[in-house]
Design a protein around this ligand. Structure first.
Ligand SMILES: [Zn+2]
Length: 443
């Protein structure tokens, strides 16, 4: 991405680092993440179908015990910040279904760091991982299913973000979520996202971390983390699809803008790992919890390690022909997970600090002309002090150019709308940037 001279002053696509966020990122601890993952593994199995009766919880075995421990961790973090987190559960009974042989209680556990600005607190950014695990047999509820990487790593990222970010205050709200039922069919995240939609939650971004352990296989690349984002939204209706086809909008879903935002944020801070944007919903013919949020119309992406080792996921723990199978802590890289946690924490903190995105962003098309005029309404939370127009070539993956618009709500850019893709983002007085919004045509 380039730094380009704007109208009067030099502006950059990559926002400046916020020193307070940078200091918080230093608190992310690989050894805390290791402790979390080893604790999760100690429950034996975290199969969604495994035990959750009081005796098993007391014995520290099964998904019920792991759920109670996660809840107690969030409560510990909350005590350390004077009760700043609201620790909650979302429990429901999943009727019998494929991979759910009998009605099963599923519980999502989450902590809410409520925004401090009354006008911004309804804006939510969210991080999630699934705490359920499985072995070779998805219906086996007794043999070990350590799930250190899948998805102890993502669960640990959510917990570590809660521990570190709960020491700060943000205008917007952050939710730290851990879900169950993923291996049975994304049931926990499906229920949570449906609840959010039906209750009118304004989730601006959901970061799903699933298999971010940096498995120590020889061809792993610990300098990158993959960020998967949908192109054409899964919830697009016929009118949306027509507009996307007509305007070349296949790479500008809100989830794709979130993916670009993560890449830009990672450039602002020294994170030790670089987002590698994958322009695809998820890995080839596979899925994850971000899709549950996409289906409800929320921007959501999946973070995953560069190279998965299939000997170490969805496998019974065993050695066969000299090959060690099983999702054990010794195969994951805690320093790498800490770096991925920093990518998440930097993104969550930046978005929760940023103003709301501008509203009603339009590209004026009343007459044929080679300049492009954009209009918008001020960010509804009143926290923006200025706005910026971004653009890139239609064939470019990431935003390339930026022009400052001051505190105006319209700008004319000396670029043909036929040749580029535009977006507008809001900026607050400290330089935090909102997610960019791609205009719709104004006739
Ligand atoms: Zn998983």
């Amino acid at each position: 991405m380039l730094a380009i001279a704007g109208s009067a002053q030099e502006t950059r696509v990559i926002p400046p680092a916020d020193p307070q966020i940078a200091a918080a990122l230093q608190q992310v601890s690989a050894s805390r993440i290791q402790q979390t993952i080893e604790k999760l593994v100690s429950f034996g199995t975290r199969s969604t179908l495994s035990a959750q009766d009081p005796a098993s919880i007391a014995a520290g075995h099964g998904i019920g015990a792991s759920r109670e421990w996660i809840k107690s961790e969030f409560e510990n973090y909350s005590r350390a910040c004077g009760g700043c987190l609201e620790v909650k559960t979302d429990t429901f009974t999943k009727p019998a279904a494929d991979r759910v042989p009998q009605p099963t209680e599923i519980t999502n556990v989450y902590a809410v760091l409520r925004g401090t600005d009354p006008k911004s607190a309804n804006r939510i950014v969210l991080v999630t991982g699934h705490y359920d695990s499985r072995n070779s047999d998805n219906s086996n509820v007794t043999d070990p299913a350590p799930g250190a990487n899948d998805d102890g790593s993502g669960t640990a990222v959510s917990l570590e973000c809660a521990r570190v970010l709960s020491t700060m205050k943000f205008p917007g709200t952050i939710i730290f979520l851990t879900v169950a039922g993923e291996e049975q069919g994304l049931y926990g995240s499906e229920h949570f996202a449906q609840m959010a939609k039906s209750e009118g939650w304004n989730i601006e971004a959901a970061l799903n971390n699933d298999i971010v352990g940096g498995d120590r296989s020889p061809r792993q690349n610990t300098s990158v983390v993959r960020v998967f984002s949908e192109g054409v939204p899964v919830d697009a209706n016929d009118a949306d699809l027509r507009r996307i086809r007509n305007l070349g909008g296949e790479s500008d879903s809100t989830s794709r803008e979130l993916a670009r935002y993560i890449a830009e944020t990672a450039e602002s801070y020294d994170l030790g790992v670089k987002p590698m944007l994958i322009f695809r919903l998820d890995r080839y013919l596979r899925g994850g919890d971000h899709i549950s949020f996409n289906e409800q119309g929320f921007a959501a992406v999946r973070l995953s390690e560069f190279r998965e080792d299939y000997h170490h996921q969805h496998q019974n723990v065993r050695t066969e022909d000299g090959v060690e199978y099983g999702d054990l802590p010794k195969f994951v890289n805690f320093d790498y997970i800490a770096n991925v946690a920093r990518v998440n924490a930097a993104t969550l903190a930046s978005l929760a600090s940023a103003p709301a995105p501008p509203a009603q962003v339009r590209l004026v098309t009343k007459k044929l002309e080679n300049d492009s005029t954009l209009t918008w309404e001020r960010s509804p939370d009143g926290r923006a002090t200025s706005y910026e127009v971004l653009w890139r070539a239609t064939s470019s993956a990431e935003w390339e150019h930026v022009q400052a618009a001051g505190n105006a709500t319209t700008i004319t850019v000396d670029q043909s709308k036929d040749n580029v893709i535009f977006a507008v983002r809001a900026v607050d007085k400290s330089g935090h940037r909102s997610l960019p919004v791609v205009p719709t045509p104004e006739r």
